[in-house]
Structures are given as C-alpha cells and as structure tokens.
Design a protein around this ligand. Structure first.
Ligand code: PLP
Length: 425
C-alpha cells in the first residue's frame, strides 16, 4: 500500500514481525553473531546481506535510513554521524583528485569551507555559481572533469530558493548527477527528486531531529541516475572493485549502486556512522516532522509579517512573503511553506543586532537552527566568520544579518518577545 507522507513519517522504516517490539529497538551492539566463519565470510564478500559490524550496517540505523528514503522518494539511504559527513560522502563517492564540482555559492558555511578549502586541498576543484545564474552561466562553469552539481533547495542562511529543474537539466546535459541539500524544507515541504535531483542529503540535526538532541546526516539515492550509460565518467561504479574481489556495484546493487558503494567503501574506510542511540532519537523526531513543519511555517509566516512592518526593521527575507525576491520560485518548489527560518536586519546595523539578540528572553542565542525552540544567530560573527566580506556577499550573508529560527511555541508569545527586544534598541 502507498501512504501519504504524514503516514510515512509515523509508520515507515521499522516493520516488526510477529512478536517483535512495536517501537524501533536500539541495537546497541557493535557486532553480530554468526553460526560459522563461512556465513560471516559471505557478508564480507557482499554475497550475503547480513549484519556483522555496526560500522557497515546496524538494524536501528538502517530502519531510520529506510524511513528517510521513503520520505524523499528514493530507493536507498545511508545515515552519517553529521550533516558535514553526508555532504563529504555524497561528493567523494563520485569525485576523486583532479575532478571538479559545480556548486551554488549560496550554501551553508560548513559546506562552503568543505568545498572551497578542504576538498580543494584533496585535489577536488569547485566552481561556484550564483544560485540565480542563467542557464548559460551555469553551463559555462562545467569542465570535462565535472562529476556533479551541488546546491541547497533553500540556502542556509541566505534563504535563496534554487531553481531545481534548471540545475537538474544542465547537470544532466553534462551527464552528471545533481546533489541537493534539502535540510531546511525537509521532504515535507519539498522532495527534490520529483524535480530531477539525483541525490538528496540532509543535516538531520535540524528539523528531522527537531529537538536538538543529536547531530546527524543522511544521503538518499533516487536510483534515477544512469551510471551505466555514463560509465566513462563513473568507472568506480561500473567496473570491478579490487577490494571486493571484482564486485561491480551497478551489477550487485542495481538502482542502489551509489549508496551500495558508499556504505561498502567510504563508510568502511572513513567510518562516520551515527550511534544507534542517536538514530533512535532521530526516528522519534521524524514521527512528528509533518506536524512540526506545518506549525514552524505557520508561526514563521506570522512573525515575518509582523517584522516586515516594524519601524526598527531595515529589511527582512522570508520566501513566503509575497514581495520576496524568491517568492516565485518558492511558490513553485515550496507551495506549502519554505521553513521556520527567516532572516532580518535591524536599522541600527551590526551593533543593534547584537543588542536585540541579547535582549531576547524566550528566543535563545544558540549555534543552532531549525529546532522546536525559537532561536537566533548572527552568522557573520559565528558560522560564517571565516569568510571575508566578498565571500559573505556571494553567500548572501550581510554583516547585519540575524537568522531567526521560529519555533513551535505559541506565536503570540514569540512576537511579544521580539517586540520587547526591539523596544530595547
Ligand atoms: C547544519 C547544516 C549542515 C551541516 O550539518 P551538521 O549536522 O551540523 O554537520 C549542512 N547543510 C545545511 C543546510 C545545514 O543547515
């Protein structure tokens, strides 16, 4: 039976058999017992799919990965210990030294550092393009070594909405997949695979967990990219792998070749797995994701409307507002709401921003976003502090920008808190 996404949030993933626990159990075990060495050896050769060591697979982690794959409409998924690990794995699964990535410049600060510096040091080159570039500008960024295109559905913190269809089209014209970070909208508000994305990643630390308990990430494979037809570009998926006696991932895993390779090579060698305990907490978060996203969006819309008309506010960006520069794209890709995050600048600039934030009582100043409690952050002095002014501008982060992550409390209480803090500056 095919369920609606709300039902999938509650029910997908763990499917207990007769007499098994109703609730997803925490398999807090590093290892799994076999009756014979030969049975275990078959797993090591990928001949049998069984659990043997939690760095490669764990039933708690796998059940949660399966739920997220279903929510995004993919064929397989792999959980990671953080969103950063998910970004790194999603790219290095198909890029090696000498290869090239085309990325939107409006991405999370950590993703920018990873792409512009750490990956560059590893020999993977990146060309950044404006998220609202033209088709010609996007096409001009490709080289013969380009192996993927990267971007965020709704950029953190710039709140630029990516034209997913355009980016998918140009990526596919160049025979490479589109990798989309869908952290802010979550699959409740947007499913990038439906717009042509091939790989979807998340920092599950944000709305998916939703309660700020566990850092985590996930990579979802749509199963749609034809690695075989582009085997000259992606031989690592379509030719024999030496470390598994000549296994060919596209033959062994079919549509799930990309995730199959990621688990059996990158996770085997780099090991950024989540603890089963954290995956259990993530699953509890996912069970209410659909309810929370609705409330986050409802509250944020009211807060944005309130701030927009406030005399002490210089500017506000929230894609759901009718005169927002991204409203048209938001209408297309995020018709049910963008997220609970809005960004604002106060008229008194950088200093006013700090005074305003320090005056808040209900909203907390934290290095976090997208959890059920309202919180605020000044990116220029925290998450994006490694960037110079030019880089900040390219990422859409003004020096006076305050990121306000609207929670699921009573919206009148949130607005009253903003009101008293604004009165203070
Ligand atoms: C937070 C975030 C990340 C990084 O995730 P961590 O879980 O903090 O490692 C990546 N992308 C986006 C859009 C994020 O908001």
């Amino acid at each position: 039976m095919s369920y609606n996404i709300d039902t999938k949030c509650v029910q997908s993933g763990w499917q207990p058999k007769n007499g098994e626990p109703r609730v997803l159990p925490i398999y807090q075990s590093t290892t799994f017992k076999f009756d014979s060495s030969e049975d275990m050896a078959k797993c090591f050769d990928l001949e049998d799919s069984g659990y043997f060591y939690t760095r490669l697979q764990n039933p708690t982690n796998d059940a949660v990965a399966d739920k997220i794959a279903e929510l995004e409409g993919g064929v397989a998924a792999m959980l990671t210990s953080s969103g950063q690990a998910a970004t790194f794995y999603s790219i290095t699964n198909i890029c090696k030294a000498g290869d090239h990535v085309v990325s939107s410049s409006a991405v999370y600060g950590g993703s920018y550092n990873l792409l512009a510096h750490t990956m560059k040091d590893l020999g993977i080159n990146v060309t950044f393009v404006e998220p609202d570039c033209t088709e010609e500008e996007l096409a001009a960024a490709f080289t013969d070594r380009t192996r993927c295109v990267f971007g965020e559905t709704l950029a953190n913190p710039a709140l630029k909405v990516l034209d997913l269809e355009l980016f998918a089209k140009v990526a596919h014209q160049h025979r490479v997949p589109l990798i989309i970070d869908n952290t802010f909208p979550t699959p409740i508000n947007c499913r990038p695979i439906e717009w042509g994305a091939d790989i979807v990643i998340h920092s599950t630390t944000k709305y998916m967990d939703g309660h700020a308990t566990s850092v985590g990430g996930v990579v979802v494979d749509s199963g749609n990219f034809d690695w075989q037809a582009n085997s000259d570009l992606f031989p690592e998926l379509t030719t024999p792998n030496k470390t598994y006696h000549g296994t060919i991932f596209t033959e062994t895993y079919g549509k799930a070749a990309y995730i199959g390779k990621m688990v059996t090579t990158l996770m085997r060698d780099l090991g950024s797995i989540p603890s089963p305990n954290n995956s259990f907490l993530l699953n509890i978060g996912l069970e209410t994701l659909h309810l929370r996203m609705e409330r986050h969006c409802e509250n944020a819309k009211q807060v944005a409307k309130y701030l927009k008309d406030h005399p002490k506010i210089a500017w506000i960006k929230y894609p759901d507002l009718i005169d927002d520069s991204d409203h048209e794209l938001a209408n297309k890709y995020l018709p049910d709401g963008s997220s609970g995050v809005t960004i604002v600048g106060v008229k008194s600039g950088r200093q006013g921003a700090v005074k305003f934030m320090d005056s808040l009582k209900l909203a907390a100043v934290v290095a976090h976003v997208a959890d059920c409690r309202t919180c605020v952050l000044h990116p220029a002095s925290t998450t994006h502090r490694q960037m110079n002014d030019l880089e900040l501008e390219a990422a859409g982060v003004r020096p006076d920008l305050i990121r306000l992550s609207v929670g699921i409390e009573n919206v009148q209480d949130i607005i009253a808190d903003l009101e008293q803090a604004l009165a203070n500056i």
